[in-house]
Every structure is written in structure tokens, then in C-alpha cells.
Design a binder for this molecule. Structure first.
Ligand SMILES: *Cc1c(COP(=O)(O)O)cnc(C)c1O
Length: 359
């Protein structure tokens, strides 16, 4: 067992999760979302396993070019489109597809001189108010793009949910209604659902689903757990004990002396810290797993180390410590540190060793 912080990535879990997603949306094509280094799991390693996806989605052109450089030939969609018209020649050359979410992009694309036409996913703002063509501008955008020799026809029509992770939130049905009304009888395949849409809103499945988080085996629902959806976490994030020591009742532990031992006890010092992507704001009591048993962290998380109160448990120097993974849901850790699993997964730093396994 490695003594360094380790992100063990189980590719069998990924394939299992794809199957679960397929079963939830059996008639849909899958646009697998791989942005931010496949949510911290490793862009190319994940892409290479996703034979069952019809396309990949990334946020930025450099992510798409990394996939192409890595030998990935599947369709790749730039989820934020092009940032500047001078990227269009690269987009054509690398056979990328673009989301068009703004009238300025519509005009730039129509005006450009392209070697060959590209696939366009026309994005409508159905209520999130981040990216998307306003419903009032849709007809104009659709018209212009339909007539443009730069655009493969028919284009695809998409929108994105703001609140699909909350099963009873009224915004989701409103967004669906706005989207349907906006597109009317416009022709084109439809894509609406992120992971939460796939899991929680079957009426949003459309022609293409766009799962991200669920692929990696994490629940996309507020207060959800992967097991509820039969998903399996791909990542187990772990490190090891580098020292075990006693402390006396009243001893202060760690920076800021924020934790005072309430009794004589023993501490395991674990080689993990915010320099590895373990959250510094993890409060006292956040669980870790050692030999399959939960113990609470105490005191402040520092850059390279975290302290764990192990009482009189028999734990040895070198013991593996799981920070999150199959037996300790990252969703639970995210709740304790008041963030979302997405952020914890993305934040793992480059000094953490990655190991890919299958079972
Ligand atoms: C990130 C993203 C997704 C995937 O979202 P998940 O919640 O991870 O499933 C889908 N669509 C768009 C446009 C995105 O930016």
C-alpha cells in the first residue's frame, strides 16, 4: 500500500454507472461530461473507458484538444461554445461541436468562413439565467443558424437546469415548460438533463442526456447518496498514518490550538492535508475510515497532515486511512464541509498519486 495520498480510480465502477444511467434513460444517447479533468478522475483515462457514450462534453477548447491529442475520435461538444471567432478554424480542424448560447456567437458563426460546416447545439435560457439565448431571441437565432452554410442541419436544441437536484423544486417544471414553449415545432434533437435530470426528472430525458457527476458514482441529488441510485463511487481517496502518539487531557492539538483533548487519548497523524485537496474547513468530527472503522478528525487540517482521535484502538504506523470512497460517501464529507461533492472531487491536487484499477 502506497504511503502517499492516493486517488484510486475504479474503472469497473464507471462502466457500472454507465449501465445504471442507460437503464434510467434507455432511449437516450449519452453525452458524457468530462470537464475539469473528468471531475478530477483523469480526462483521458475516463474517456478511454466510455465506449458506450455517443459524445463527450467539455467546458473549454483545451480540454477538447487534450482528448484529440490522446487519440479520442468521438464527437466532442464545447459546452460553452467558442469564446472568440478565431477559435473556429481549430474547431473545424479538430472536428469539435459547439454550444451556441449567445446572439454574438450566432452572428460570429454565421459570418465566419469555415472549411466545412459544424454541429451546433443551440442553448436556450429557460430560467437559469447563466448561459443561453433568451426565449424571445430563439426564433431569430434558429432562423439565422438554419440558413447558414456553416451549420450542419438540423442543429440540436438544449437547455440546462438550475435546481434539478431538489426533487420538489418548482423551477424545474417551469424550465421544462419554458423550453418546450420556446422551441415550439423547431426541428432538432433535444438535450436537457444533467445527472439530476437523469435521476430525478424522467420527463426531461429528451434525445441526449448529459450526465457528469453520476458517471463518477456520486449522487447528484441534494442530501442524496450514491447507493440510493445504485451508483458506485469511482474514487477512493486515501492516505496513511505516519505517526501514532498519546495526548493528555487538556492538551491542545494543531494550529490555533482549536481542539483540546477532553480525556487522555491517542492520535493518529495522517499524511493528508489541504495541499492534497482535503478540505481545510473539515470540522472536528469529520469521519475517516481506518481498518474499516470510522474515527473523527480533530483540530485543524493543515497543508500536509490531519490528526485523528483513535482512542485506544490498535492502529499502526502505515495503516491506510480512507478520506472518502465506497465505504465513506464523498456526499457525506461534502455536507460536513458545506460544499458539494463536485468541488471536493475537482480539488484533488497534482501531488496525489492516481492509480487505475478494475474489479
Ligand atoms: C457540467 C454540465 C453537465 C453535467 O452536470 P452534472 O450535474 O455533473 O451531471 C451537463 N450539462 C452542462 C451544460 C454542464 O455544464
Amino acid at each position: 500500500m502506497s504511503r502517499r495520498p492516493l486517488a484510486q480510480i475504479n474503472t469497473s465502477a464507471l462502466l457500472h454507472n454507465v449501465q445504471i444511467i442507460r437503464d434510467l434513460a434507455p432511449n437516450c444517447k449519452i453525452l458524457a461530461v468530462l470537464k475539469a479533468n473528468a471531475y478530477g478522475h483523469g480526462l483521458l483515462a475516463v474517456a478511454a473507458q466510455l465506449k458506450d457514450a455517443q459524445a463527450f462534453g467539455v467546458a473549454r477548447i483545451d480540454e477538447a484538444l487534450m482528448l484529440r491529442a490522446g487519440g479520442i475520435v468521438k464527437p466532442i461538444v464545447l459546452l460553452e461554445g467558442f469564446f472568440h471567432a478565431d477559435e473556429l478554424s481549430q474547431i473545424v480542424a479538430s472536428n469539435l461541436q459547439v454550444v451556441v448560447h449567445h446572439m454574438a456567437q450566432v452572428d460570429a458563426l454565421v459570418k465566419a468562413e469555415l472549411e466545412s460546416p459544424i454541429h451546433v447545439w443551440l442553448k436556450i435560457d429557460s430560467g437559469m439565467h447563466r448561459l443561453g439565448i433568451a426565449p424571445d431571441d430563439f426564433a431569430d437565432a434558429y432562423q439565422k443558424l438554419s440558413k447558414s452554410p456553416n451549420v450542419l442541419q438540423p442543429m440540436r436544441l438544449m437547455t440546462h437546469f438550475a435546481c434539478a437536484d431538489e426533487p420538489d423544486h418548482p423551477a424545474t417544471l417551469q424550465q421544462l415548460a419554458v423550453f418546450k414553449q420556446t422551441i415550439g415545432d423547431a426541428i432538432g434533437e433535444i438535450s436537457i438533463a444533467n445527472s439530476a435530470g437523469v435521476v430525478g426528472w424522467p420527463q426531461s430525458h429528451g434525445d441526449w442526456i448529459r450526465p457528469g457527476l453520476a458517471l463518477y458514482g456520486v449522487s447528484p441529488m441534494t442530501a442524496g447518496r450514491s447507493a440510493q441510485h445504485k451508483l458506485r463511487p469511482m474514487m477512493t481517496f486515501s492516505s496513511s498514518v505516519i505517526a501514532v502518539r498519546p495526548v493528555k487531557k487538556g492538551d491542545a492539538v494543531g494550529y490555533g490550538a482549536t481542539w483540546i483533548a477532553p480525556r487522555d487519548t491517542r492520535l493518529a497523524i495522517v499524511a493528508i492535508g489541504y495541499g492534497d485537496g482535503y478540505p481545510r474547513n473539515a470540522p472536528c468530527g469529520t469521519p475517516v475510515l481506518i481498518n474499516g472503522v470510522r474515527y473523527p478528525i480533530v483540530g485543524r487540517v493543515s497543508m500536509d497532515m490531519t490528526t485523528v482521535d483513535i482512542g485506544d484502538a490498535e492502529i499502526e504506523h502505515g495503516a491506510q486511512v480512507v478520506l472518502w470512497g465506497e465505504q465513506l460517501p464523498v456526499e457525506e464529507i461534502a455536507e460536513l464541509v458545506q460544499t458539494i461533492p463536485y468541488e471536493l472531487l475537482c480539488n484533488i491536487t497534482s501531488r496525489v498519486q492516481f492509480r487505475y484499477i478494475s474489479d
